[in-house]
Ligand binder design. Sequence first.
Ligand SMILES: Nc1nc2c(c(=O)[nH]1)N[C@H]1C(S)=C(S)[C@@H](COP(=O)(O)O)O[C@H]1N2
Ligand SMILES: [Mo]
Length: 298
Amino acid sequence: MKNLDTITPKSLYLSRREFLRAAGYAGTAALLAACTPNTPDASTSDNLTDTLTPSDVAKSFINYYEFSLSKSSVADLAKDFTTDPWQVEVSGLVKHPQTFSVGDLTSQFPVKKRVYRMRCVEAWSMVLPWQGFPLHKLLDLVEPTPEAQFVAFESVLRPEQMPSQQSLAFPWPYREGLRLDEAMHDLTILATGLYDEPLTPQNGAPIRLVVPWKYGFKSLKSITKITLVKDMPPTLWSSIGPDEYGFYANVNPEVDHPRWSQATELRMGDDTRRPTLLFNGYDEVASLYKDLDLRQNY
Ligand SMILES: Nc1nc2c(c(=O)[nH]1)N[C@H]1C(S)=C(S)[C@@H](COP(=O)(O)O)O[C@H]1N2
Ligand SMILES: [Mo]
């Protein structure tokens, strides 16, 4: 297999790492990225047919910053990460706050296969066969109160097993959020498996969010907390780079990242470049945004 880091030139990783070490993350939005774009060298293709990404690509080309900024290093660094036992605390503005083990969840909510496109903000994409259940089933069980308008998510904080939580001055743990109606949409799932196997640590074991019409950084891995809140919650990427990573992060070919175009994407595995689709092609979510300026609310 070719060097998995070629998509992001090593010089960028190195300069970013050195920079972070020297200065921390404060006030450096322009230099930071969740992600760095791949070079648009392949020719544009109109072919929108979706073939599954080979599993060896999806399990080795990884963004999981708690382990490493180097995509090709994560799988090895994460291989002994402890994912059992694991608890997910669901609380905040709900009638029935509760802490679940992953088994509690998968025994109550039937896990089904969902094949989704995954579009990273870095302008590459994959097609992945998840196993999971709709998040709305869990939210219906705990019953959000009428004041609840957003859902805040937290990934795991475990610096002893996650090297970058010691070395990288990010506001850990990784946090994300959705508007309540986005969280309740049937496309939004909690995934526990991929390619008919339990999730690997690098892909977010034992349980992660998948929101297929948003850039990949919204789909946070290894969830420990889900909190129903009134106000839009802070997120890791929007606090580090507010001009580059917004709260909504809907896939949108018309709204470029400040440092690169979002018009096309490189499909991993088949190495073709294709047009990026509004909402990553999931048109059924368009009605959620009929009153929202998608350029302002990137
Ligand atoms: N906790 C956590 N979740 C995360 C990330 C991360 O660094 N930490 N990276 C995000 C990004 S940028 C992407 S593109 C997807 C990648 O998911 P995959 O590796 O399973 O394809 O995970 C997202 N979830
Ligand atoms: Mo991403």
